[in-house]
Ligand binder design. Sequence first.
Ligand code: ATP
Ligand code: MG
Length: 452
Amino acid sequence: MKVGWYYTHPTNRLKPNDLLDVVSEHPLSHPLIIPRSAHQISRANISEGALKVLYRLKDGGFDAYLVGGGVRDLLLGRTPKDFDVATDARPEQVKELFRNCRLIGRRFRLAHVRFGREIVEVATFRAGHAQAAQDAGQLSDEGRILRDNVYGSMEEDAYRRDFSINGLYYNIRDFSVIDYMGAMQDLETGVVRIIGDPAVRFREDPVRILRAIRFAAKLDFVLEPQTAASMCEFAPLLKDIPPARLFDEVLKLFLNGAASRTYGLLCEFGVFEYLFPQTAKYTAEQSGYALLEQALENTDLRLAEDKPVTPGFLFAALLWEPMQRLCARYKAQGASDYDALETAGVDVLTVQSGRVALPRRFAYMAREIWQLQPRFERRRGRRPFGLLSHPRFRAAYDFLLLRAQAGEGVDELATWWTEFQESGATGEKRTAAAEGRPARRRRSRRSKRARQ
Ligand code: ATP
Ligand code: MG
């Protein structure tokens, strides 16, 4: 990959160079230009929508580059989740070029160009650094960036991005890749490095701490030491991030296919306690939390097999331990089993949503999963059939299996329910056997009428 790399001179004269000498310093004094012949990004791997956007902008006389995760993932031989485009065209100019375009965003205006299910995000080059924001009075007292909608040059756009590996540009004019800050070397050596002064950049937007962990886990990269040290230092600033934004980030953290590794890093960097304070109390105490670790492993496996995963289930696992502790406390105070479980569920979720706001439908699902757990123990009579037809049976049963896997001593129960479902039409026989009585053939007329 290194063969044939060049860097631009101030005069723009191309000069062959030995890459490693050039990129040993961060940032580079001049951008590296990697010609098409020296990198592996092929247009065949760029979505049709993104290509259309790039070409139409170029033909309209504008600069147009693929940027961010798209370039990063293509260079790593991975399939990008989505494609982002950066341009010198203003949002209104982008809108004029595309009928299927909507301008969005209050903090900064972005153009979304839609092609069927695909949305290509087109952003105008911005200068987003703290200094520019400070000059314009757009920095909070803690140094958090409030607005970063100052348009800028392509170079400024590169430096306002979060990590070097996210700051590469693929030029649709000549298919070259432009690297302002040694990102190619970081990609090659597997390093997540924040751009600029880590203290300034993490203060500007503490969510970058979560993003750093996400990329390190997903790509199996290491964190550059200064970046890592600042992450630990500024993790407490996550307390000030709106819970709705944190929910989006938490989903990306745990649904990226590397949830186990992500969780390890969240704990290592002291970040987990700011996202799930109730859970963190027990993970520290027990040096690990078997059910959660198992749940995350299962999540990764399911995603690898293209099976669906739901945030409701994930949160049920994340909050299971604190919910159970609270439930036991309420019972000790005299509450009935049912009330204790119900109240503990509501209370734990309420406290959690002050930090990471779980949308109502997912919170409800987590509560149902918890509430159905004791019902698995009632195997007499027709009760198992009632539970089987509960709309949340599947998720609750999966949770029971998870508890068994995690060593909660419910193996026999889990096996019983697995066999009960497998026995299908002979389910009645299964129940009868469990109760030690002969199987009933069908319901009597009287009980049938009574049910109507
Ligand atoms: P993914 O694979 O998750 O899509 P991505 O790198 O494309 O990863 P996006 O959230 O899609 O991440 O953002 C696109 C690009 O915008 C990033 O690559 C980065 O350059 C820039 N960016 C996003 N969030 C931030 C942030 N909080 N601070 C600075 N730059 C950011
Ligand atoms: Mg992206």
